[in-house]
Structure formats: structure tokens, C-alpha cells
Design a protein. Structure first.
Lengths: 160, 816
């Protein structure tokens, strides 16, 4: 099937088999490998992208379902040489370790903030609940979002 | 090195610094092996065993071979290559017999993953079922089937391990200290109990993945998501009989490891398929299910502890028996047993002690290193035991810990004397206790209890760990100056998120006196480019590579000074430098820039001197020795990192539900080179520890089928599982031989989290839980004074049963 869509503001048109997932289409056909596959079963959130304004697990969407869609992936997050505010907050708070969950995590945070510019801690946790991170223990990610939305200063390490 | 430098004189060490890898990771630019596509690359898929133990009677690949896109098919019969880290006991593809559910029996390489999958599915395997041995305690019985009847024929590392041919025992580690009979004789109380935990999965977000290309002249290139490039190369060369200069291993960004990628994994499989396919590169990436069942997990453990205590609460004797479930292959499990053996008592002094630690083969997916290297599992036991002993003899558990904690002058199980510079576990325990208001409820907590009806309890858990590594573990750092006076460091220690490179960059900048921006650590590792490093494991990276980095910086400066001295016609001792130039101390305006000597200096007439400036730093662990095989005495630890967690929980006594309200973690890190990196390790590990404490674990049916190889049935913590309050703090007792006084803290944060939780739950409700994870139903059962359900091997997928007879808890009043 012919699939036409917009990804990060660019138009793409490709032939695509009906069973191909949007995740594989983005990574393999469009060459945008920033979006990761962690489980392929909609459980871990590593493949989260924004499709028509909503964060979705791209491994659970068929590419043909995304025909006509407007999509954002991690590659569209920075503008030019400048990181987005979410990226800057993640950098400042060391909200990244191995980095494999990071693209999906940033997308989930982006969706949250587009709906709710001042989320509570519970709302942040709710928004990223579907994004597994095995390295950070989530705290620094939550602090990054809280800092960005005016909630909290950088967490520290006490010396005793 | 530089362990007592005044912080006021330090520019970068001990301070905040950006992580150099974050921008690439945040923009999606960072390339993982998962993302790599090479020209002509084929994709591999596997045919796997649906049985825990079976004879392979016949494999028919005829149908598969004719399918579209198929370029190579392999079965175990075509390969005769054993692979192994400490005991060489594993085939690349099962041969003759399958030893665990999910084991690979045949492999296909095809043009696309879908074609490879279809062909692998079309392979027909005829099995004859054999009775599996599933529980490691059953595997010790005299009539148990042997997982490896050929154990006596395998090669193994003789200096450290003792496999027992004719049994399922892959290794025994023994420790003998003092006179245990006399110790028990003199004890006022003797308490004996058994504790257990199941296998769990590491869950790196990037599953195991490798690409290998077996080229002309047996030149092999490997790109892999692994922790230790030189170990992959070395084991690969040993298995295939290749020279080390025929094999190149490259590691780009790695999506998590936690010990699961410490050794060799799927690389040999890709390589043999590439060879069969005429040298085209072959990629294999494990599915999430394969990550659970094909690739290794953490060993299960049963730990029996018998403790003799004086009237005053001093431990006089302790008999420790560890039974480690290694699954079908020994891999790291034998060394987990060894390292856990010599650390078995936790951070306490036991004057009279025996340890017998067994690694036991079973027909299950094999066990390996996992963050903590056995210490998470056995600290669960030892720190629950400390609580239960204290409770049994009527002492406060915190006081009991402090009475028996290691102090300067204490002797460890292997006879090492603790020094004031070894670290301060007492301070860690006290600080953790203080921060949770141990032993009392605050006003708010009392109000909360009254409001909710849930009981609040507080517990602590202490911990210790030294790097488990060969006595002669070594590493090196090469520091190369670029044309403009900036530097690049090459090393084969990998950073897959821990933050070690950030800290090493600070150490190098500090020692060079250069601004941070001038120091780059090359992120991708490459055995053809980088100097040797043993492995990225054991929380030894900062210690060993940090020292090597200091030495490399000093070497670079020494060489730069020699050139500058010649140019300036001065004695090197009269020179000083800043981030840009070397100059005469007594005449600062006279100097040369680093840029002008970086690749060799040219005098005005064109004559050249010097040459490219390269600093080399080598570091090898010093003063360590092999342990005596009978007594376990020796010196295994390059450093000990101590710590403690304090935990506050609230428990619903009716249902067994609980919430973690507050966690405090305190470690004696010697020196926090970068406080944010320490905090990242502290919180990340605590959360991973909480996962194994509250919910994670492999569940099998009675035939040995793994029932929960996915995130729906084997949950890991999400953001919503975070405790309400998380705190961490460090004690800084400088390590004399650590870089700027630092010692490692990476695995430690995961250790004793489960025990602190168990202790807090017990304090709240009296529930005596001896099996982790602590699920709500376990708390409920303990509160009903029912035996714990051991459903880790179930009679049916839905039912559950006790899998092996366990010792009933016993407390004996010894005298009086």
C-alpha cells in the first residue's frame, strides 16, 4: 500500500506492506532510527512517538494506519543547533543514562506538556508510566519535568 | 592517589559536570547496534527448544533451506565449538541434548528478519523428552539427572573454581575462619533459618544484539551491545582458535547491561552464520522473550544461616550455606558463588565462620552476573537474618547491627584487616537510621496511621561489596593530544549510562589542569584502537580506570614538559603550565603553547623535535591474592564500598498491601567525583533493587517452561512505583589508593533494598518474610502465619505449590 505522511515537518511517500508496523516503517524505510524498539509488544514505551498530537507506541500502529498522519519523532525535537526546553531540562538533570528509553520518554513528556503545562508530580508519573527506564529510577526525569514547569530545583546529593 | 586533597584545591573533581553523551542520546543521534545496518547484511532468527530437557533425535532443515531469502542454516551438529567464561560448557547451538527451555537448536540467516523467521519456524526438530531437574535443591539429590554428564571433560579456570564431575555442582567455594564448634559452644543463642529468592531478568532496554562479519583470511569484525569488548574478543578467539589480531570488536552506545552483557553472548552465533553465508555480515537481535529465556538471568538462591550469639548480642559463630541455581550453564554463576562466598556475612565481623557456597546446574535458562553479583540475593538473606536474630533474642535490630558491624581492626571472612581508610559502615547505618527517624513515628506518621488504619514500620539494611575480579585485573588509558592542544582519551572500559566517562573526564581535566571542554573521552570502544581493559563490571571502573587516567595525564604532562624544557632551554622542574601553555615559573611570559608541541614542535628554521604527545597510564590491582581453596583465606578485595538503606513502609494488615513511603540510601564512596553521577547510580539501583524486592521473578511450570517471559507477566517498576520520598547521601572516607580517594558505587545501590523493605514490613506488622520478592499476598500469608507460597515452579500454570522442602525456622536457647 502507498503511505503518505508528514514526519517532523517533512513529507514522505512510500510503498509499504500492510503488516509493517509504524515503528519499523519509521526506522527502516524512513531511516529515522532515533525511535527505539524495546519489546515490540506495546509494553515498554521505548518506541513512543507523537501521532496527530497523541503519544502512541509506534510498534502497536501499522504504518498503513498512519497514512495522512502528522508525526513527530525525537529527531524533530531540537530546532537547528538548539535543544528544546525538554531536552535541556533532561540534560541539566542527568535524566538520561543508557539513553535507550530517552527518545520515547521525551515524546511522552512532550505530549503531557502540550496538554498540561503545569502538571503535578502524580500527573508526570502517570504520563510516563508507560515508558520503562531501567537505569535512572525515574526521579531525575520527574525532576527535569518539574524544573521545566517551574516546580522544583535540581536534586542534590548530601555529604555527611 | 591524591586521596586527601583539600576540596578547595580541586577545580573539577567533586563538582557538577555535564555528561558528554547526553546531547547525542537526547536528539536520537546516538547509534546503538540495534540501529546499525551494514551493506549486504543478513538477519538471523532461531529455532528454540520448547522443552527443558530433551534429546535431539533429528533436525530437518530441508523445507527451511528452500524458502525465499535464506542464505545460511546451521544446527548444532555442524559446529563443535564450546564457549564458556570460567567453565567451558556451552555450545553455540544445542548439540545432542537441549538443557533449558528457549535454548537455541538451529539458526537461519536470511535477507530479511521476516524471511529468517519463516524459515526458522519451518525447521522441524524431533525430540525425545527427558526428565528435567528444575529446582537446584533437587539437583543435589543423589538420583538427580545430570545436566552435564561431561562436566569432568570441560576445561575451567583452576585457580578459582572446583567443579564436581558426576554431580550437578559446577563449583564449591569454602571459607573457614576461627573455630566454629567452639563459637557455637560459647553462644547463648543459636538461630537458624533459610532464605530464598528466584531468578530474575536484568531487562536492559536494548536487548542483546550483535553483528558479525567473518571475512576472508578468517578476519572477523564484531559490533555488539556488550559491556566488555576485550572479554568478547578473548573468549571468541579462544573458542574459535583465532589469533587476537584477527578479531576486532567494536561497541557503540549500549542500551543497558546490568551484568547481562558482561561476557560473551550472541556474537559467536552471528559469526558462524556469517561464515556459512560466505562472509556477509549477520545481525541477530534477541526478542524480548528471547532476552528472558535464551539469554542469561540472575541466579536463584537458597541460603541457610545458623548464627550463634552471646548474651550481650555479639555474634560468636556463623555457619553459612549458599545454594546457587546456575541454570543450564555456569557462565558467571560460578564466580557469583565465589564472590558471594567471601562476602557472605555482609558488613559484620564473625569471629568463627564457615561458608559453603555451591553453584548448581539445573535445566533452566542460565544464570549470570547481575548488578550486585550475588550480593543483592544473599544480602536479602543476611540482612533479614540479622533482623530475625535480633528480634528472637530481644535486641533492637539496629543496635544488633551496630554491635557486630565491621570496624577498623576487624577481620573479614578471608582474614583481611579492615583499616580506617576502608570505609565506615557504622556511619552509613547510623545516618540511614537517623534520616528515617528509626525507632519512632513522627507526628505526621502517627496522624497518617490514625487516618489510614495502615501500620507504619521502619527498617534498615546494611551492605558491602568489593569488586569480584581476578587478582591481577588491569586496565589502561591512552591520552592523545590533538593539533590544537585538546585531548582525547581512549579506553576500553565502556560507559553504557553509569556516568563513568563523565567522572573520568573530570579526573583527567583535574590532573592536566585543563578546562573540561578540552578533554574528550571517545565513546565507542574498539579492540583495534583502545588499550586493554578486563571488563566493565564489578563497580571497579572508576577505581582502576580513574587511576590509569591520572597516570596517563601525568605521563602526557611529563612528555610535554620534556619538549618544552628543550625549547625553552630550561630544567623541567622550573616549568609550570595552565590549560594553554607551559611556561617558566620565574618568567611566566616565556613559554610554549600545548598546541605548538602537540604533534611535534618546529623551530623557526624548520627543525622538528618531540612528536605527537601521547600519555599512557596503566593500572593493575595491587596486593590481591587467590583464595585458598580449602580455607578461603586470601585477599580478594581491591576496595570495599559500604552502605545502608533506611526504609519506611505502611502496610494494610488486613490485605497485605503496602506502600513504600520513604527510602534513604547512604554509601561511603570515598570521594564523590561527580555528585550527580553518584545520585544517578544511587536512585537507579535502589529502584532496580525495589523491582526485585516487590515483584520480579521467573515462574516455571512443572515441566520447566518459563511462564512469564514478558512485561505483562513479569513486571518491572514504572514511575508510579517510586517511593513517595527518595533521599541519598554519601560518607566520604578517602580510599588511599583510589583516584582522588574514590571507590566505586554502582552495584551497591541495588543491594539490601529488599531486606530493608522486609525489615520495615516486619516492624510494621510482625510478618516474618523469608522469600523475596515480597508480594502483597506474601505479606498476607505471613500475617496469617501460613507458610510462604513458593510458586516459582508451579504444578500447573495457574496453581502453585511448594517446590522443595525447606528447613523450618528454628531458634534454640543454647544455654541457661
Amino acid at each position: 500500500m502507498r503511505v503518505k505522511l508528514v514526519v517532523n515537518g517533512q513529507n514522505y511517500e512510500r510503498d509499504c506492506p500492510e503488516h509493517k508496523t509504524l515503528l519499523k516503517f519509521i526506522r527502516e524505510d524512513l531511516g529515522l532510527a532515533g525511535t527505539k524498539e524495546g519489546c515490540g509488544m506495546g509494553e515498554c514505551g521505548a518506541c513512543t512517538i507523537i501521532m496527530n498530537g497523541r503519544a502512541v507506541n509506534s510498534c502497536m500502529v501499522l504504518a498503513v494506519e498512519a497514512d495522512g498522519a502528522n508525526i513527530q519523532t525525537i529527531e524533530g525535537e531540537a530546532s537547528g543547533a538548539s535543544l528544546s526546553d525538554i531536552q535541556k531540562a533532561f540534560e541539566k538533570h542527568h535524566a538520561v543514562q543508557c539513553g535507550f528509553c530517552t527518545p520515547g520518554m521525551v515524546m511522552s513528556v512532550k505530549e503531557l506538556l502540550s496538554d498540561n503545562p503545569k502538571p503535578s508530580e502524580a500527573q508526570i508519573k502517570e504520563a510516563i508510566e508507560g515508558n520503562f527506564c531501567r537505569c535512572t529510577g525515574y526521579t531525575q526525569i520527574i525532576e527535569a519535568v518539574q524544573d521545566l514547569t517551574g516546580g522544583k530545583e535540581k536534586g542534590g546529593l548530601d555529604r555527611v | 592517589m591524591f586521596e586527601n586533597m583539600d576540596s578547595a584545591n580541586l577545580k573539577f573533581v567533586g563538582k557538577e559536570a555535564d555528561r558528554p553523551d547526553l546531547v547525542e542520546k537526547l536528539t536520537g543521534e546516538a547509534t546503538f547496534v540495534s540501529d546499525m545496518i551494514l551493506p549486504g547484511m543478513l538477519y538471523a532468527q532461531l529455532k528454540k527448544s520448547p522443552h527443558a530437557r530433551a534429546k535431539i533425535k533429528k533436525i530437518d532443515t530441508g523445507k527451511a533451506a528452500k524458502m525465499p531469502g535464506v542464505r545460511a542454516i546451521l544446527t548444532g551438529e555442524e559446529l563443535d565449538i564450546h564457549i564458556g567464561l570460567y567453565i567451558v560448557d556451552k555450545y553455540i547451538l544445542a548439540k545432542g541434548e537441549v538443557r533449558h527451555y528457549g535454548e537455541a537448536v538451529a539458526a537461519v540467516a536470511a535477507d530479511s528478519p521476516e524471511e529468517a523467521r519463516a524459515a526458522a519456524d519451518a525447521i522441524e526438530v524431533d525430540y525425545e523428552l527427558l526428565p528435567p531437574v528444575l529446582h537446584h535443591m533437587d539437583a543435589l539429590k543423589p538420583d538427580a539427572p545430570l545436566v552435564h554428564p561431561e562436566l569432568g571433560k570441560y576445561s575451567y579456570v583452576k585457580a578459582a573454581f572446583s567443579p564436581q564431575p558426576g554431580t550437578n555442582i559446577a563449583n564449591i567455594t569454602k571459607i573457614r575462619k576461627g573455630d566454629i564448634e567452639k563459637g557455637f559452644e560459647e553462644s547463648a543463642y543459636i538461630v537458624e533459618r533459610e532464605y530464598s529468592c528466584p531468578s530474575v531478568q536484568h531487562v536492559p532496554m536494548e536487548t542483546h544484539v550483535a553483528i558479525a562479519q567473518w571475512g576472508f583470511g578468517d578476519k572477523v569484525n564484531i559490533w555488539t551491545s556488550a559491556q566488555s569488548p576485550f572479554t568478547v574478543r578473548n573468549l571468541f578467539c579462544m573458542a574459535f582458535g583465532l589469533s587476537h589480531n584477527q578479531v576486532r570488536v567494536q561497541i557503540p552506545y549500549v542500551g543497558g547491561g546490568f551484568g547481562g552483557k558482561a561476557g560473551i553472548g550472541v556474537e559467536p552465533l552471528c559469526a558462524v552464520l556469517s561464515k556459512k553465508a560466505g562472509g556477509r555480515p549477520v545481525k541477530f537481535q534477541a526478542s524480548r522473550e528471547e532476552e528472558f529465556s535464551l539469554l542469561p538471568c540472575r541466579c536463584a538462591l537458597n541460603y541457610r544461616i545458623k548464627t550463634g550469639v552471646s548474651e550481650e548480642g555479639k555474634i560468636l559463630a556463623q555457619k553459612m550455606e549458599m545454594f546457587w541455581d546456575s541454570g543450564a550453564y555456569a557462565d558467571y554463576a560460578v564466580n557469583v558463588t565465589r564472590a558471594s562466598g567471601y562476602s557472605a556475612s555482609g558488613p559484620y565481623e564473625i569471629p568463627n565462620a564457615t561458608v559453603d557456597a555451591y553453584t548448581i546446574y539445573t535445566n533452566k535458562p542460565y544464570g549470570t552476573a547481575y548488578r550486585g553479583f550475588g550480593h543483592v540475593e544473599f544480602h536479602w538473606a543476611i540482612e533479614r537474618h540479622m533482623e530475625l536474630v535480633a528480634t528472637a533474642i530481644g535486641l533492637d535490630p539496629l543496635l544488633f547491627r551496630l554491635k557486630n558491624a565491621l570496624r577498623p581492626g576487624s577481620k573479614t571472612l578471608t582474614g583481611e584487616t579492615i583499616l580506617p581508610s576502608t570505609g565506615n559502615v557504622v556511619k552509613c547505618i547510623e545516618e540511614a537510621a537517623r534520616r528515617i527517624h528509626y525507632g519512632e513515628l513522627t507526628k505526621e506518621e502517627k496522624e497518617r496511621e490514625a487516618r489510614t488504619g495502615w501500620k507504619i514500620g521502619k527498617g534498615v539494611g546494611a551492605l558491602q561489596k568489593a569488586p569480584a575480579m581476578p587478582s591481577f585485573t588491569a586496565t589502561a588509558v591512552v591520552l592523545k593530544m590533538n593539533e590544537n592542544g585538546t585531548v582525547i582519551a581512549n579506553l576500553a572500559l565502556t560507559d553504557y549510562g553509569q556516568g563513568t566517562y563523565t567522572s573520568l573526564r573530570q579526573i583527567i581535566a583535574e590532573r592536566l589542569g585543563f578546562p573540561l571542554e578540552k578533554v574528550k573521552i571517545a565513546f565507542e570502544s574498539d579492540t583495534d584502537r583502545d588499550p586493554y581493559d578486563w571488563q566493565t563490571v564489578a563497580s571497579k571502573g572508576l577505581f582502576l580506570s580513574g587511576n590509569a587516567a591520572i597516570l596517563a595525564a601525568e605521563d602526557l604532562l611529563e612528555k610535554a614538559y620534556a619538549v618544552a624544557a628543550e625549547i625553552l632551554r630550561a630544567n623541567p622542574r622550573d616549568l609550570a603550565h595552565d590549560g594553554d601553555r607551559i611556561y617558566l615559573k620565574h618568567k611566566p611570559e616565556e613559554g610554549v603553547s600545548f598546541a605548538s608541541i602537540a604533534i611535534g614542535y618546529a623551530f623557526p628554521n624548520g627543525n622538528g623535535i618531540g612528536g605527537p604527545l601521547i600519555g599512557v597510564g596503566r593500572y593493575i590491582a595491587q596486593g590481591l591474592s587467590n583464595l585458598d581453596k580449602e580455607s578461603g583465606q586470601g585477599h580478594p578485595a581491591v576496595d570495599w564500598t559500604y552502605g545502608a538503606h533506611g526504609m519506611v513502609v505502611e502496610v494494610n494488615e488486613e490485605s497485605g498491601e503496602y506502600h513504600v513511603l520513604h527510602v534513604v540510601s547512604v554509601y561511603d564512596v570515598g570521594k564523590a567525583i561527580n555528585p550527580d553521577m553518584v545520585r544517578g547510580q544511587a536512585i537507579g539501583g535502589m529502584m532496580q533493587g525495589l523491582g526485585t524486592a516487590i515483584c520480579e521473578g521467573y515462574i516455571y511450570d512443572k515441566d520447566g517452561h518459563l511462564l512469564n517471559p514478558n512485561f505483562t507477566d513479569n513486571k518491572i517498576p514504572t514511575a508510579k512505583d517510586l517511593p513517595m520520598k527518595v533521599e541519598c547521601a554519601v560518607v566520604e572516607t578517602p580510599q588511599i589508593d583510589g583516584p582522588y580517594g574514590a571507590r566505586g558505587v554502582a552495584e551497591h545501590s541495588m543491594i539490601s533494598v529488599a531486606a530493608a523493605l522486609g525489615n520495615a514490613v516486619q516492624k510494621a506488622t510482625g510478618a516474618e518474610i523469608t522469600h523475596m520478592p515480597i508480594r502483597f499476598e506474601d505479606v498476607w500469608r505471613a500475617l496469617q502465619d501460613k507458610e510462604p507460597i513458593d510458586n516459582w515452579i508451579t504444578k500447573s500454570p495457574i496453581g502453585s505449590c511448594r517446590s522443595a522442602p525447606e528447613m523450618r525456622p528454628g531458634i534454640i536457647r543454647n544455654k541457661g
